[in-house]
Write a protein that binds this ligand. Structure first.
Ligand code: SF4
Length: 88
């Protein structure tokens, strides 16, 4: 099979994709990484590339901005606690 297609439901656009050797290798490597993520049982963090989230169907479940705020707040509390323990 030399090519496939991606269909974007929101924009109703279809993009043809040629299955060249590089894409096949990337797909195989991605499948191996995905299997490792699934078997680890650990959800990976949200992507730091927020532009990818705009059209993501999982955004209401993932809520990447609230996760980022929570991590920043946790980091700030950890730094404050560590510096308070050291004292003058
Ligand atoms: S909203 Fe979608 S693209 Fe953004 S971090 Fe979550 S899963 Fe990834």
């Amino acid at each position: 099979m030399p090519e496939g297609a991606l269909f974007y439901a929101t924009t109703k656009r279809r993009v043809n994709v040629t299955f060249d050797p590089d894409l096949r290798a990337l797909t195989e490597a991605t499948a191996v990484e995905l299997a490792a993520v699934l078997s680890s049982g650990i959800t990976p963090p949200p992507t730091p590339h927020r532009s990818r989230c705009r059209a993501c169907s999982l955004i209401e479940l993932c809520r990447p901005d609230s996760m980022a705020r929570a991590v920043r707040a946790w980091r700030r509390r950890q730094v404050e606690a560590a510096t308070a323990e050291e004292g003058p």
